[in-house]
Design a protein around this ligand. Structure first.
Ligand code: DQA
Length: 142
């Protein structure tokens, strides 16, 4: 089982950006936490973060050719705007779980819209960075 852990804009700023909303854990420590989980649960993972929509589209397409079995995706603000990311997920047809660290359903109205959701098998919101591990569990059960 090979998973892609994909993060969109500003998630490289975890620990620095709005800690009252996103917590104090850094992006680097999130990746370490997932690497530990990969060792204990016996899956392989690739990691990619970009602030650029097209780079995220490219990485989703690449996942198809790399034989990725599942995608854990926090698209950041592109969740609420990007038809291109939705189309990329539809194109590759790799099971994807949408993750948001914060509870987007209780924040500004615009955060309730998710374009990618219709191409995802599940959405996990408001569970902090543990949401990534819960998303992995769902994909491992696929
Ligand atoms: C986020 C929620 C988005 O609305 C926001 O733009 C982010 C992070 C989250 O993880 O809670 O960048 O995806």
């Amino acid at each position: 089982m090979k998973l892609l852990i994909l993060n969109g804009p500003n998630l490289n700023m975890l620990g620095i950006r709005e800690p009252d909303i996103y917590g104090r854990e850094t992006y680097a420590s999130l990746i370490l936490k997932i690497k530990d989980y990969a060792l204990s649960r016996g899956f392989e993972a690739e990691y990619f973060q970009s602030n650029h929509e097209g780079a995220l589209v490219d990485r989703i397409q690449q996942a198809f050719f790399d034989g990725i079995d599942g995608i854990v995706f926090n698209p950041g603000a592109y969740t609420h705007t990007s038809i291109a990311l939705l189309d990329a997920l539809k194109a590759v047809r790799i099971p994807c779980v949408e993750v948001h660290i914060s509870d987007v359903s209780t924040r500004e109205e615009f955060r309730s819209t998710s374009y990618i959701r219709q191409a995802c098998i599940a959405t996990i919101i408001g569970r902090g960075t543990n949401g990534y591990l819960e998303a992995i569990d769902l994909l491992l059960k696929q």
